[in-house]
Design a protein around this ligand. Structure first.
Ligand code: 5GP
Length: 128
């Protein structure tokens, strides 16, 4: 079910629980600002989620409310994850879903990092 990106932060969301260590995740990177782990339902040979450690519902919330050092730390972490996964030379795709039309399902801001094969068109073709 897509979430409302304007709702208040829910401390029981699944990524908050992963951050607290209450639910396991296959971690690939962690630093002061971010945690990266494999998506449980991978949609590409490499499908990693990168999340900030702070409490932000969506890109909208993060870009509006996060302090500059947290934004910089998170952006650098995303780049590091891509390098760690050896995705820079072959290329990769970043995606952030926001709210209902974006299809966001987990109400803790996250970036999807896809790679490992040519990823095709940016969006599936659809009528209308
Ligand atoms: P969204 O649609 O919110 O952008 O993407 C949420 C992503 O989180 C989905 O790709 C989904 O497979 C992934 N996901 C949901 N629950 C879990 C979980 O418990 N562990 C991991 N590793 N990924 C999850």
């Amino acid at each position: 079910m897509p979430i409302d990106a304007t709702a208040p932060y829910d401390d029981q969301n699944i990524f908050a629980r992963i951050l607290r260590g209450e639910i396991p995740a296959r971690k690939v990177y962690e630093d002061e600002w971010a945690l990266a782990f494999h998506d449980i339902a991978a949609q590409a040979p490499v499908h990693v989620l990168v999340i900030p450690k702070g409490r932000y519902v969506s890109w909208d919330d993060f870009s509006e409310s996060a302090p500059a050092d947290e934004i910089a730390g998170f952006v650098r972490a995303v780049g590091r994850v891509a390098r760690t996964e050896r995705l820079v030379e072959p290329g990769y795709r970043l995606l952030a879903n926001v709210g209902a039309h974006g299809g966001q399902e987990v109400p803790h801001f996250h970036v999807h990092l896809f790679g490992g094969k040519p990823l095709g068109p940016m969006l599936a073709r659809q009528d209308g």
